[in-house]
Design a protein around this ligand. Sequence first.
Ligand SMILES: Cc1cc2nc3c(=O)[nH]c(=O)nc-3n(C[C@H](O)[C@H](O)[C@H](O)COP(=O)(O)OP(=O)(O)OC[C@H]3O[C@@H](n4cnc5c(N)ncnc54)[C@H](O)[C@@H]3O)c2cc1C
Length: 303
Amino acid sequence: MTSEQEGPELITASRSIADEVVAVVAHEGAKVDELARYGAVRAIVLKGRTRDPRALAGAIAALTREEGAELVLSMASKSVREAFARAAHSLGAPFITDCLELKVEGGVVRATRLVLGGGYAATVEADAFPVFATLMPGRVAPQEVGSGAGIEVREVEVNGPVNGELKEVRPIERSAADLTKAEVIVSVGRGFKKKEDLRLAEELAQVLGAEIGCSRPIAGDLKWLPEDRHIGLSGKWVSPKLYLAIGISGQMQHVVGIRRSKVIVAINNDPNAPIHKEADYSVVADLYQFLPVLTRKLREARR
Ligand SMILES: Cc1cc2nc3c(=O)[nH]c(=O)nc-3n(C[C@H](O)[C@H](O)[C@H](O)COP(=O)(O)OP(=O)(O)OC[C@H]3O[C@@H](n4cnc5c(N)ncnc54)[C@H](O)[C@@H]3O)c2cc1C
């Protein structure tokens, strides 16, 4: 089951696991031809109460039964996690979350997933089908396999019954940027004392042509940046050519999301901060003194 953005990656990943991939799209107006280009043989477009995880779970469970699906896959996201958990429970099926890798070997589903806050990877197995699973994003490069012409599309209405009434749906704030594709990321952490101080990072990002990213507390707790800017275990997994971690301590949950960066630069005033062990270049300095100078020098160099 896919959203529009994640479709190409999910279909490509699914093709490497299963012989036949049926795309279930949880929003109207999606470009299903695009999913066919990546190898989906059919598409089922869900309409109606797709934003209500309880109603969505009912539809997913019914489709899983009807299609005789053995694997029900999605990219990991909060809304899907709830709907999948409910659907899997109603079918008495296993549900494996946040898989780094998933294979089917000899009738057994074998998945590697991060555990204990991202510090360890565990292998789990399930041998009763269907199996529900969510995959960590950013691990498979989308690959087109055809023209996408003439895909068969079926529409399915998602409705109740539900135990409560959905009163309101508010869109979460999203940035225009897709951090998973950014070549340069300037990332900010709790070393910044006030929201207004992020201006220092924004000025640097402007000179470098970079996107702004952040640690989880900056988006999740302080709400200084939209949630889709947060990088790490529970956020985006990025792979830029250059990643600048500014005022970020380098806890494991952040670091797992940046390890595929080509070059990591850490700017932190604590010489013992764990981020320095991950960095190719370490600057032990106060960001408030260092950033204005760095930005000015880069600007001068570009003139
Ligand atoms: C299940 C789970 C999932 C999580 N997922 C994520 C995730 O996806 N992404 C994520 O980022 N976190 C995640 N976390 C949170 C993570 O454990 C850390 O709490 C978080 O990464 C810390 O953010 P930080 O580095 O910005 O803040 P801090 O750990 O507070 O570090 C701030 C750093 O700034 C430095 N600093 C302070 N002042 C200055 C200055 N003037 N100049 C330079 N440096 C300065 C300090 O030395 C310090 O190293 C998760 C936690 C859990 C339990």
